[in-house]
Design a binder for this molecule. Structure first.
Ligand code: SF4
Length: 235
């Protein structure tokens, strides 16, 4: 079946969404990971963390994040750094274009936003290297705004659990962004976003998801389909 924005409403029934939220929130109370950028609401620190986290695992980022903030503890400190200096610090993470974009973004923040990390999704989207995910992650973590995020890990959970079928490029899939907004609770969305990210990293992993110890398995479309296929073929 092709899942469109309309048919997705059949898959995201209020009862199923409510159950998903409650189970995942319960899981998060015991399992959220601790990272230095999760212990702060300082917009500059979160802005730096989100830049470093782009296409890079959180565990890999910790050391570089700490070194970065000890060298450039504030935006004004970073403003005087050259692209080469930033690049040297980010070197262990690869993706060297990040240094250039970060440098450009900082100059723009100084010029257009009086040195203050922009406070809205629309403003953040004007910065080089900041897409919808990064903008919303900053808004929800630093400014506690109720904005859901979607990356490939979050998309995978929605597709498997609700039986949705997003486009190949998940970050640009309207259907999945709509699902992310619909499924998010009305309060503590920042914490909710972290729960989804950690659940995708620990349980609903890309390869070999841990359905046998997943609190969502009894209502998960993917897991239930696998059971039907197994019983049909006698495995
Ligand atoms: S049951 Fe399996 S596929 Fe479904 S959400 Fe849990 S880990 Fe993911």
């Amino acid at each position: 079946m092709t899942v469109t924005a309309d048919t997705s409403q059949l898959l995201l029934t209020p009862a199923k969404v409510k159950w998903f939220r409650s189970q995942l929130s319960l899981w998060a109370t015991e399992n959220l990971r601790k990272f230095p950028w999760r212990c702060t609401t300082d917009p500059y620190k979160i802005f730096i963390a989100e830049f470093l986290l782009q296409k890079t695992g959180a565990v890999t980022v910790v050391q570089v994040y700490n070194a970065f903030l000890s060298k450039y503890p504030t935006l004004s400190d970073l403003a005087g750094a050259s692209v080469a200096e930033i690049s040297l610090l980010l070197y262990p993470l690869g993706l060297h274009f990040r240094a250039e974009r970060l440098h450009e973004s900082v100059q723009m923040i100084l010029k257009d936003y009086s040195g203050i990390i922009p406070t809205t999704e629309a403003q953040l989207l004007t910065l080089p290297g900041v897409g919808k995910y990064t903008a919303r992650a900053i808004c929800s973590q630093a400014y506690l705004q109720p904005l859901a995020v979607l990356d490939t890990n979050v998309a995978r959970i929605f597709e498997r659990f609700f039986g949705l079928q997003g486009n190949r490029v998940k970050s640009r899939c309207k259907l999945l962004w709509q699902a992310a907004d619909e499924v998010a609770p009305i309060s503590e969305v920042g914490k909710w976003n972290l729960a989804l990210l950690d659940f995708g990293a620990a349980i609903c992993t890309a390869r070999n998801p841990n359905c046998d110890r997943c609190p969502l398995s009894c209502k998960c479309t993917f897991a239930l389909t696998a059971i039907v296929i197994d019983s049909t073929y006698g495995k």
